[in-house]
Design a binder for this molecule. Structure first.
Ligand code: KE4
Length: 438
């Protein structure tokens, strides 16, 4: 093992060996592409253990984690009450494939917490992808319409109909954004810029009477972190109602993160359907979609829209999600999370300004974004003006100083309740050094 500081998170000999071994049998050595560090260079450190806001790597480094397993670890890694709940459930059986009491309890608590589900229903699935895929099928089945509108740069999982390249104009038909996605699968998917209600209105007008759904991340978290412009979400709500189009908030990332009731609670805009993932499973594979009772009553076995899943609502995911939700309700950490994140973001702004590094910073609750550009960032086009080479140097510099950031400019950063004052101070000390050398 080369002599390196205990906090140096770059892949050492052990991680490199494990990466080489993984790559023999797993495409790219990873089970999800972004983990390969392709867009920032270098190799990923392998994680041996995670606790609180700390990751321990196989090379013995201890890192401050701002990925939080892409959002789920809002209560920190390995929160004892959640682990205990999962272990207790596991001892009763890993999966029944049959009805169990905790599912109804969990569904009731989700519906009580998420405004769009308050008088409605929710269906548990196993990932955010399943949640959005199912919600869109439901919107099409309920309305009998075929087109869907999404935002350029919005990511809603990897279902074919959502893997669409950005449309050149608001009303252009979708073109595949991935090999293996046939033209027909995206022909009815329209893309518009985020934060552009006019373009959305134009797409609805161009396809009047045939747009089943608008699906949007209410806070864009897959092009960095971009908050909604004032009035944007309210206008989408008005347009969807006017056109009898289902408004779907993809809150897989923002759900239970930016408020207990997600972005829809924070901004006071209630969609017709909401997709959840990440935190709803407390770190286990759980997704969910739900909302208006008339819509959800169209789902099998009540109605003609089919959706199913062997492990949907399984006892372990329900145990983790239910306990996580109960703790969030009991502890209400949102004020503290807001203050801690603001301290981080303000500190980063100050450090970058000290070294004349043009950055755009944004945060909503405990999710934040940093772009290396002088141009204000309101949508994906703006985000793409970020200096990606500079981002890579930033990412590597922070990793070398013990701070583990998402390995892509187009991802958001996440805090947990385990990030405390000293965590932020250590992060800002590292950032000052990296900005100085950028
Ligand atoms: P999953 O199928 O990965 O559980 O969820 C898909 C999804 C849906 N909607 C939103 C807003 C999402 O952010 C995601 C997944 N997010 C990515 C990171 N931005 C997960 C990380 C990964 O792909 O490895």
């Amino acid at each position: 093992m080369i002599d390196r500081p205990a906090h140096d998170g770059r892949a050492g000999a052990r991680s490199r060996e494990l990466f080489e071994r993984a790559a023999r049998h797993i495409p790219g050595g990873v089970n999800s592409p972004v983990r390969a560090f392709s867009s920032v260079g270098g190799q990923p450190p392998f994680i041996r253990r995670a606790h609180g806001c700390t990751l321990e790597t196989e090379d013995g480094a201890s890192l401050i984690d701002y990925v939080c397993t892409w959002g789920p670890a809002l209560l920190g890694h390995g929160r004892e009450e959640v682990v205990d709940a999962v272990c207790e459930a596991a001892r009763r059986g890993l999966s029944f494939g049959a009805c169990a009491a905790a599912e109804g309890e969990f569904a009731a608590l989700i519906c009580a917490s998420v405004p769009s589900m308050r008088d409605g229903m929710v269906r548990l699935v196993n990932s955010g992808t399943e949640a959005t895929m199912s919600a869109l099928r439901l919107a099409r089945g309920f309305t009998g319409k075929t087109k869907i509108i999404k935002c350029d740069g919005g990511y809603h999982g990897h279902a074919d109909l959502l893997l669409v390249a950005a449309g050149s104009g608001a009303a252009t038909l979708g073109i595949p954004g991935s090999a293996g996605v046939p033209e027909g699968a995206v022909r009815d998917t329209l893309t518009v810029p985020f934060n552009d209600a006019e373009a959305t209105a134009a797409a609805l007008t161009a396809h009047r009477g045939d747009v089943a759904a608008i699906i949007v991340e209410p806070i864009a978290g897959n092009m960095g972190c971009i908050p909604p412009a004032p009035g944007y979400l309210q206008e989408l709500r008005r347009l969807a109602t006017e056109h009898e189009t289902v408004l779907i908030f993809d809150e897989v990332m923002t759900g239970f993160r930016v408020a207990l009731g997600g972005a829809q609670e924070r901004y006071g805009v209630t969609p017709d359907l909401t997709c959840l993932g990440k935190i709803v499973g407390g770190g286990l594979p759980v997704g969910a979609y739900g909302g208006r009772r008339d819509l959800m009553s169209t789902i099998a076995p009540l109605g003609p829209v089919y959706q199913a899943g062997t492990l949907s609502g399984n006892p372990l995911g329900v145990a983790a999600g239910l306990k996580t939700l109960q703790l969030l309700i009991e502890e209400d950490p949102y004020g503290s999370l807001e203050r801690t994140t603001r301290k981080l973001v303000e500190g980063l702004a100050q450090a970058s300004a000290t070294h004349d590094i043009p950055v755009q910073l944004a945060h909503v609750g405990p999710m934040f974004g940093l772009f290396f550009t002088a141009r204000p960032v309101a949508n994906y086009e703006d985000a793409k003006t970020s200096d990606l080479a500079r981002f890579s140097t930033w990412h590597a510099g922070m990793l070398e100083r013990g701070v583990y950031l998402a390995p892509s400019q187009f991802e958001a950063g996440f805090l947990s309740t385990a990030h405390d004052e000293s965590t932020i101070e250590r992060t800002l000390a590292a950032a000052a050094q990296v900005f100085e050398n950028l």
